[in-house]
Design a binder for this molecule. Structure first.
Ligand code: MN
Length: 134
């Protein structure tokens, strides 16, 4: 058993991977024994990931706010607390906050054998980032 007290600093999501301001709290990182990665991600209003894929897929679990997500070729979907989304392995997608709301989700994934968690593409443009009618 190993307890980690609330001692790790929140980090800012890098500009190459996100549009807008995003804060990341690490929950667990992969080890030799486990490929699990989990992070708690806080998106400020209108902040979102760039387009990206995960080699082994990803589950996100929304804990606060209102969020948006989209897979390539699909509609933008609205997310509420308690909603869960599984992105298939190598399915291109993005996720983030609604335009005028914060959103927090926990993201779970397994890295591949090379330790890769994601492959990043272009930023989500303002034209792509649209709020569906509610
Ligand atoms: Mn993702």
């Amino acid at each position: 058993m190993r307890i980690t007290k609330n001692s790790l600093n929140t980090t800012v999501g890098p500009e190459e991977w996100f549009t807008g301001t995003v804060y990341v709290d690490t929950i667990t990182t992969p080890t030799e024994q486990s490929r699990l990665s989990a992070v708690n991600v806080h998106f400020s209003p209108s902040a979102r990931t760039a387009w990206h894929t995960h080699p082994c897929g990803q589950t996100i679990y929304v804990t606060e706010g209102i969020g948006l997500c989209q897979r390539r070729g699909g509609p933008v979907e609205v997310l509420y607390p308690g909603d869960k989304v599984f992105f298939e392995p190598n399915e291109e997608h993005w996720h983030g906050a609604a335009p005028q709301r914060f959103m927090t989700h926990i993201a779970f994934l397994e890295v591949d054998a090379a330790g890769t968690s994601a492959t990043w593409g272009s930023h989500v443009t303002d034209e792509e980032y649209t709020m569906p009618a509610m």
